[in-house]
Design a protein around this ligand. Structure first.
Ligand code: DQA
Length: 139
């Protein structure tokens, strides 16, 4: 089984950025833990701050692999183009957020992507990614 994690803008700064909201672990450190936990699956990771690159990655992997775990960051709330890409591909996508977006500013309450996703997981810190992987593996 192959799963692709895609992180969008500013998520390269995890561990540095707004630690009170996003925690103090870098994504790379978290990824090592997750890969140790799921040794029988291939977990690929891609991060980009560029909307078109995220769309290219969805097109590249979205017809062949088993699942995509996607934190599109702020593009979640703005990107019709990423929503269209998710709708266009065959691989199921789970939208994840580290923070509970519903406890935050109102503009974060709306996801343009959610309607095209298998489901949404928000508010469990980095564990949101593991919960999404767990669903793709066992769900
Ligand atoms: C986020 C929430 C978004 O609103 C924000 O723009 C992010 C991170 C999260 O993981 O909690 O960049 O997707």
């Amino acid at each position: 089984m192959t799963i692709q994690i895609i992180n969008g803008p500013n998520l390269n700064l995890l561990g540095v950025r707004e630690k009170s909201i996003y925690g103090d672990s870098s994504f790379e450190t978290y990824l090592e833990e997750i890969r140790k936990r799921y040794t029988n699956i291939t977990i690929n990771y891609y991060q980009s701050n560029v909307e078109g690159e995220i769309i290219n990655k969805l097109h590249e992997v979205g017809f062949s692999i088993d699942g995509i775990v996607m934190n599109a960051g702020a593009y979640t709330h703005t990107s019709v183009a990423i929503a269209d890409a998710i709708a266009a591909i065959k691989t199921p996508v789970i939208e994840v957020h580290i923070s509970n977006v519903y406890k935050r500013e109102e503009f974060r309450h709306k996801s343009l992507l959610a309607a095209s996703c298998k489901g949404v997981i928000a508010g469990f810190g980095m564990d949101s990614y593991r919960l999404a992987i767990e669903n793709l593996v066992n769900g």
